[in-house]
Structures are given as C-alpha cells and as structure tokens.
Write a protein that binds this ligand. Structure first.
Ligand SMILES: NC(=O)C1=CN([C@@H]2O[C@H](COP(=O)(O)OP(=O)(O)OC[C@H]3O[C@@H](n4cnc5c(N)ncnc54)[C@H](OP(=O)(O)O)[C@@H]3O)[C@@H](O)[C@H]2O)C=CC1
Ligand SMILES: O=C1O[C@H](COP(=O)(O)O)[C@@H](O)[C@H](O)[C@H]1O
Length: 524
C-alpha cells in the first residue's frame, strides 16, 4: 500500500483567483431603512463609496458582518459554525462579527452557548475565536416579514454577508421581501442548496437575486466544492500526465458517483420530507462532482474558467436514453438496525408525511453527450439508512484490448477511486500475484489525501468573504441541474417507478442500477 502525506487541496497555499469585475447592467439597489434600535452594532453603514456591487476588496482587510439566517437549525449547528470557527481560528478574519437569527425566541446567552459548543467541537480556539463568541448576538426574526428584516438589517454594520441557512421556500420568500427593502451596497448573499425547488423557481430566484445585488455578490453554496478531495479531482486530472488521456469513452466503461450514508434523517424532516434524496444530494452535490470529473480542462482555475467548463459539461448531461422510467430507482428505509442501533422507519419519523412518498434512496444513470464521453454511463447513487458508508467516485476502465494467452486470472477491470470520506485516492490494478509469475491478481494502491486546511464550510465562507466565487455555483448552472433531474422527478410523481421499502441497515433496494445498468459489463 502506498501512502502519501502530500495530496493536498491545490489552492490551499495560493488562493489568489479573483473574479473579473463585471461592468454595467444594474442600478444600485435601494438602501434599507433602519427602523429598529441599533442595539448591537450601531446600525448599518449607509455611505460606502463606489457603485453597489463593486466589492473586489479582500474581505480580511475590511470589517465584515456575517448574518446567519436559520442560525438555530441543523446546518448552522453541525457544519456552518464549525467551519466558521476554524476559519476564524486561522487568524485571517480579524474584523469579522457574527450575528445569528432564527424564528425561535433565543437570547444572546443561549446563542453564545451554541456558538461556543460548535467552535469547541471543531477544535477552534484562540483569541479571535473568543472575541467572536464574546461579541456575537442573536436576533429573533421571521425573515418572510419585512418589518423583521428591517430590524435585522438595522443591527448590521460593516460589509454585510448574509447566509441563508433556511429551507428553500423560506429563502425565496425572504429574498422577495428584501427586494422591497433593499440592501446595503456591497452586500454578499450566500444561498444554500437546493437552490429553488425546480427549474422555474430557480429561475425566479435568480431573477429576484439579480434585483438585489450583482451576480458576483451571489454565492450559491454547494459545500462539496469546499471538500478538499472533491477539489483534488482537478489536481489529479490536470497535474498528472497519466490519467487525463485515458479519461474518455475510448477507455472508460462507466463512472459511478456514490454517496451512501448510514445516518437517517436526523430530525430534519421539516426540510428533508419536501426534498428527498434526489434533490438533497444528486441535484446538487453529485452533479457538481460529475462536472469536475467530466469537464474539459480549464485554462486556469479562476472562477470564470472553472465555472464555464462545469457549465458546459452539465449542459450536455441528461438522463440515459431520455428514459427515466428505466434508468432511475428510488426507495425509502423501513425500521432496521445499523451498527447495533435501532433506526425508526422513515415514514414513522416525527414530522414526516408518509403520503408524500419522499424517497431516502435515489439512483439515476446519466449520459454526458460530448465527444469525450458519448456512450459512457455516469451512475449516480445516494441513500440514507444504509448498511455501510460508501462515499466515492469510481472510474471503471474497459478491459485491455487483449490479455495475452498465458497470463491467467484476469477477472477485474482497473478502477480509479476518489474517496470523499475517508478522503483518499485508490487505484485497483492487475499485477502478478505472489505465486506463479504469470498468474494475475488485483491490488489496491491507496494514497490518503491530507486533510484540507479548512473544513468545507470554512472554505466556502472564505470564498465569499474574499469575494471569490470559484467555489460557488453559477446561476445558470443551478437552473441547469434542475433541468437534468426534472424528467426523473416527473416520472416518479407519475408513479412510473416504484418506491420499495428497504430495511435500515441493508444495502438498499434490490434492483440497484449499479449492478443492472449499462456499464456493468466492462468489456470494450
Ligand atoms: N443540515 C445539513 O446537513 C445540510 C443542510 N443544507 C441546507 O441548509 C438548509 C437548512 O437546512 P437545515 O439546517 O438542515 O434545516 P433545519 O430545519 O434544521 O433549520 C431551518 C432553519 O430555518 C429557520 N427558519 C424556518 N423558517 C423561518 C422563517 N420564516 N424565518 C426565520 N427563520 C426560519 C429555522 O428557525 P427555527 O428553528 O427557529 O424555527 C431553522 O433555524 C436547507 O436548504 C438544506 O438543504 C445543506 C447542506 C447540509
Ligand atoms: O447537503 C447535505 O450533505 C450531507 C452530507 O454531507 P457531509 O459533508 O456531511 O458528508 C447529507 O447528509 C445531507 O442530507 C445533505 O443535506
């Protein structure tokens, strides 16, 4: 087994990519009218120089306020605050203030406890972390109400970065309310996935946001783009001579992108029951991974080049044979046991409406209709409540054109594995085994990726604070990802694909496409 200590996030030591400024286009948004008492920070700045939207200065030099909407939710607790804590602990954000807001009537004390625990759990310590905890405040608000939003904005100062850690429908309503109020110039917006609830709502949300701030101030978050292994796909493909030339239909039998979780929905019914596995994972994260694996080489890793290449390949992506009834699967976990722990059936989870028929397991086979990839199935799969975690992209190569007579034991294709947890690169190759010199056996070469400098949410937050949209999703791409999965959603709504139950702790529905789909046969 080969282990490398130096398989790193390609940008960790040289993050200089700046987005080019766009010119022209929009008029300055109206400023918010502060209405409440400037309780926590003296009211928002109303006299920033320059036209709205031209915010190319590096965040670390300019005081910024991060306002988290949905601060009492699961995302903020488990992922966002820990990522923020690590970023702050790194010392690069000396002038950052944190404000939390949720529907619940928390007070500052309770919020500070939440922040303290999240930072401690992430190992974020030091004077800057202490200072952030000391100064952070909590403001209850219903963000669909204009008067609440006005009160929130009145408490914000410095350059404002608003993180919408909200269910998608609430995000859309909050954005609509904000268009009636206006935002301080230079405000940056960070929006969680799923972006909208379908292609039409994603388009409307894009239109709404465009009325608020220019595109370069909008950060559509997909935290998989902040995972160091995901971004290392770029290093693997473009900083080595040996992989890129064979990543094409001439050599590849199929590509599997798999994200199997043992977790159930962990109390997130309020969001998850309206989304389901296809929207929660495939429409966003797994399509982003597909884009990085399948795109053409960008000339640079600057936002414009990288996002352009991803957009191009996603535009060429659709359901295999335009036949979602054949090339998709879904399922829902029933009660079962995982690692000795009992998991309730999904339908019995509190907050779930079983009649919605929400899936906790989804598979779909896609084609990427480009010269490079025509005929190669991309099989995307995700599920909750499964027997084992499996989080990887696997490129399976075709058989060699001819294995010479006399070499025996060839029965497995070569595979390249990119693991997203554990973060590692693997190569399955056939070599002569320990016995007879002409008898083949397969070995698995493994290199661990070094941990990223920051957790994924630390990375995506850093991008937004720096004004660098490289790790966020472009508006047209967010819409296009809905276009890709829309036929599957329609077909499921029409009942054309069954929704079998699988026991929690099992391998999922029996007729998985990973064993039945095109690409299973590995001959060339
Ligand atoms: N949880 C995760 O692992 C991940 C989640 N996401 C995304 O993050 C988003 C939020 O998910 P998650 O945190 O899990 O959901 P939760 O249901 O746990 O949290 C939702 C949050 O939104 C708040 N909220 C709801 N309605 C309003 C309103 N009208 N005004 C103000 N606040 C409101 C809730 O406040 P209160 O509780 O006070 O009512 C709560 O803080 C989703 O889009 C999801 O896709 C993305 C990646 C991972
Ligand atoms: O966005 C989401 O991602 C998580 C998986 O991401 P990880 O970084 O925690 O591994 C998934 O569990 C969740 O359902 C989904 O909303």
């Amino acid at each position: 087994m080969i282990r490398s200590d130096y398989a790193r996030f390609p940008w960790s030591s040289r993050r200089t990519g700046r987005s080019p400024r766009r010119t022209g286009g929009r008029s300055a948004p109206k400023r918010a009218v502060p209405t409440g008492p400037a309780g926590h920070g003296g009211g928002m700045t109303t006299s920033q120089p320059g036209p709205a939207g031209h915010s190319a200065d590096r965040g670390e030099r300019r005081p910024q306020t991060l306002l988290v909407l949905g601060a009492t939710g699961d995302l903020a607790d488990r992922l966002l605050l820990p990522g923020l804590g690590r970023l702050v602990a790194s010392g690069t954000r000396p002038h950052l203030t944190l404000l939390g807001s949720g529907m619940d009537n928390w007070d500052d004390e309770r919020w500070r406890r939440r922040v303290t625990d999240a930072f401690a759990g992430a190992g974020a310590t030091g004077p800057r972390v202490k200072e952030m905890i000391r100064t952070t405040c909590y403001l209850p608000a219903d963000v669909t109400r204009e008067e609440d939003l006005r009160r929130l904005l009145a408490n914000c100062h410095d350059q404002l970065v608003i993180f919408f850690a909200l269910p998608p429908a609430i995000t859309a309503r909050a954005a609509a309310a904000l268009t009636r109020i206006g935002l301080p110039p230079g405000t940056r917006l960070m929006l969680e996935k799923p972006f909208g609830t379908d292609a039409v709502s994603a388009r409307s949300l894009n239109d709404l946001l465009a009325r608020l701030v220019p595109e370069e101030q909008i950060y559509r978050i997909d935290h998989f783009l902040g995972k160091s292994t995901v971004m290392n796909i770029l290093g693997l493909r473009y900083a080595n001579r040996i992989f890129e030339p064979i990543l094409s239909s001439a050599h590849v039998a199929c590509v599997d992108i798999v994200f199997d979780e043992t977790l159930g929905i962990a109390g997130r019914a309020g969001y998850y029951d309206g989304a389901g596995a296809l929207v929660d994972m495939i429409q966003s994260h797994l399509l982003q991974v597909l884009a990085l694996i399948a795109m053409e080489p960008p000339p640079t890793l600057a936002a414009q080049d990288l996002r352009g290449r991803k957009a191009q390949v996603l535009r060429a992506t659709r359901v295999w044979g335009d036949d979602p009834a054949t090339w998709s699967r879904r399922g829902r976990y029933a009660a079962g046991e995982i690692n000795g722990k009992r998991l309730l059936g999904y339908a019995d989870e509190s907050g779930v409406d079983p009649s919605r028929g929400t899936e906790t397991f989804a598979e779909v086979v896609l084609s990427v209709d480009t010269w490079r990839w025509a005929g190669v199935p991309f099989r995307l799969r995700t599920g909750k409540g499964l027997a084992a975690r499996r989080k990887e992209a696997v490129v399976t190569f075709k058989q060699p054109p001819r294995v010479p007579s006399g070499l025996t034991g060839y029965d497995q294709p070569d595979r390249l594995r990119i693991g997203f947890g554990p973060d590692r690169l693997g190569l399955d190759v056939n070599i002569n085994g320990p016995g007879h010199p002409l008898e083949l056996s397969q070995v698995h070469l493994v290199a661990d990726f070094g941990p990223g400098e920051l957790p994924p949410y630390g990375e995506v937050l850093r991008g937004a604070f720096d004004g660098d949209p490289t790790l966020s999703v472009r508006g047209d791409t967010a819409e296009d990802c809905w276009r890709i999965i829309a036929p599957v959603l329609e077909c499921w709504r029409a009942g054309a694909v069954p929704l079998p139950e699988y026991p929690a702790g099992s391998c999922g529905p029996e007729d998985s496409l990973l064993t039945a789909a095109p690409g299973t046969a590995t001959d060339g």
